[in-house]
Write a protein that binds this ligand. Structure first.
Ligand SMILES: Cc1cc2nc3c(=O)[nH]c(=O)nc-3n(C[C@H](O)[C@H](O)[C@H](O)COP(=O)(O)OP(=O)(O)OC[C@H]3O[C@@H](n4cnc5c(N)ncnc54)[C@H](O)[C@@H]3O)c2cc1C
Length: 455
């Protein structure tokens, strides 16, 4: 059986790992190849993100070592502190403590690249066939298999093609022409800065952050009437080794990522000019000034100091993630674009890979496909089951993320006041259990439960 994976972001890598793990013992002639547009692994590229307990749970299924490294090198933050731009603390939101989600480590703030690198190491260790500098331009179903065409003219055939090629997926276009991700009118801008760039009044009062006994969090989310500004440590270090992430999100007419730094500077300073912390300090303005200077001083090659512009996208809810015959599948952002405010992009992408690999292995065994070398029935049913299991969960999380994004849009005086009141009230009573459906999801147990209801 030949499988082609298009794209090696988090969803492509996890899909590769789990397909390899669950299919190798049952398919003697298994061949999996992954093709990636980037000419080299995307090490050091990208910004930072929150990795949720359910994502950490799935990463632990890939490798206990990767999980332990990610956990110990990121910043665990079981609570977010919400403020308004006038320095009023609206409240604390529980976002996943290690006690509530045992074995996961809880929520961590980290760089996307560090998570990617740990998973990539596992794949390299298992001898994964990843081909860089290979852009797929077309995916065409044929009688004898699925034809994959590359930019350089090469053509390959496969029994199964997995589209893990992100927001602007080429594979999606082959299965669902016309379904495109669209700019949602919000743009995030951010980078990382050293610990010293953050005024000491905002530093963690203790490391590790004692979320159980304090009513503050060093992970701060500030909402204004014209956007949002967040900052958080991304590693458990202080002083020279400590690093913070920051990001500003606001409405924009343009999805261009190539704004001149002077224009980014002007927009950021204008947007956040009177924003203060509870002590009346202009913390946000000082972070912006530091980050802009750092960007201007850095050489183009030092990506860690550059400011990233990330337009946010949304996509209509897909009817399904599989082609009729199950020979073409979508995973991660190609199936369900997750905006950054979902906090679930990496987590759901890795769950997708696990679920599909288990379902396909189950169907191959059930239909005894290896004996006849005919995988059609197994692929068709596994595709349907995959959509059935993943879509309700992903759709729900996408809807929650859309609501979170709306809080970052421009608000009238009245809307701002009611947001502060109702959101503050919500935070006062928000139970820790409110995220259980999302964070408490144990992907292996969910597949077990699902398969018990099937032949
Ligand atoms: C370099 C990079 C940096 C990122 N930084 C952040 C961040 O700072 N914050 C955040 O919230 N999210 C970030 N993301 C997105 C986040 O990682 C994803 O939302 C999430 O992990 C889901 O991943 P995915 O694998 O589905 O898609 P992606 O992570 O987008 O991966 C898709 C992969 O497919 C490749 N690809 C696309 N088209 C083709 C093609 N035609 N042929 C071959 N390969 C193709 C891409 O090069 C990419 O490596 C980043 C993604 C990338 C690729």
């Amino acid at each position: 059986m030949k499988i082609i994976i298009v794209g090696t972001g988090i969803s492509g890598l996890t899909a590769y790992h789990f397909l390899h793990r669950f299919l190798t013992p049952i398919i003697p002639d298994l061949e999996i190849d992954a093709y990636e547009s980037y000419s080299t692994p995307s090490i050091g590229i990208g910004g930072t993100l929150g990795l949720a307990p359910n994502g950490l749970y799935t990463i632990k299924l890939i490798s206990e070592q990767a999980h332990a490294t990610i956990l110990s090198s990121g910043f665990p933050c079981a609570k977010f502190e919400f403020r308004n731009s006038k320095g009023k603390v609206l409240g604390l939101m529980p976002v996943g403590s290690p006690e509530r989600y045992p074995g996961t480590g809880g929520e961590v703030m980290h760089s996307r690249s560090a998570i990617y690198e740990e998973i990539l190491k596992v794949l390299e260790g298992q001898g994964a066939r990843i081909h860089y500098g290979k852009t797929v331009t077309a995916v065409t179903p044929k009688e004898e298999g699925v034809e994959v065409t590359f930019e350089d003219g090469e053509v390959k055939m496969a029994d199964l093609v997995i589209g893990a090629d992100g927001i602007k997926s080429t594979v999606r276009r082959a299965v669902f022409p016309g379904v495109e991700a669209r700019f949602e009118g919000l743009v995030g801008v951010g980078s990382t800065v050293p610990y010293s760039a953050i005024p000491s009044s905002e530093h963690p009062r203790e490391i590790p952050y004692d979320y159980k006994n304090t009513k503050y969090s060093p992970t701060v989310m500030t909402h204004g009437s014209n956007g949002f500004f967040g900052y958080s440590p991304i590693n458990p270090k202080t002083g020279d080794e400590g690093r913070y992430q920051w990001w500003s999100t606001a409405e924009s007419d343009s999805e261009s990522r190539d704004l001149p730094i002077e224009e980014i500077e002007r927009q950021l300073l204008e947007r956040h000019k009177d924003w203060v912390n509870p002590q009346g300090e202009k913390v946000i303005e000082s972070i912006i000034r530091f980050a802009i200077q750092q960007h201007k001083d850095s050489a183009d090659t030092d990506r860690s100091k550059r400011i990233l512009v990330l337009p946010n996208y949304y996509m209509q809810i897909m009817e399904r993630y599989h082609s009729d015959d199950g020979r073409i599948l979508l995973m991660g952002d190609s199936a369900h674009v997750m905006p950054p405010h979902s906090g679930q992009g990496v987590s759901l992408a890795s769950e997708d890979g696990y679920v599909y690999a288990r379902l396909l292995a189950h169907e191959i065994q059930r239909t005894k496909a290896t004996e006849t070398n005919d995988y059609k029935a197994a692929l068709s049913t596994a595709g349907k089951y995959y959509t059935e299991m993943r879509k309700p969960r992903n759709d729900k999380i996408m809807a929650v993320a859309a609501r979170a994004g709306n809080m970052k849009r421009n608000l009238s005086w009245w809307e701002e006041k009611s947001r502060d009141f109702f959101f503050g009230l919500f935070l006062r009573f928000a139970p820790e259990s409110m995220h259980d459906g999302t964070f408490g999801y144990k992907v292996d147990e969910e597949v077990d439960k699902f398969l018990k209801t099937r032949p």
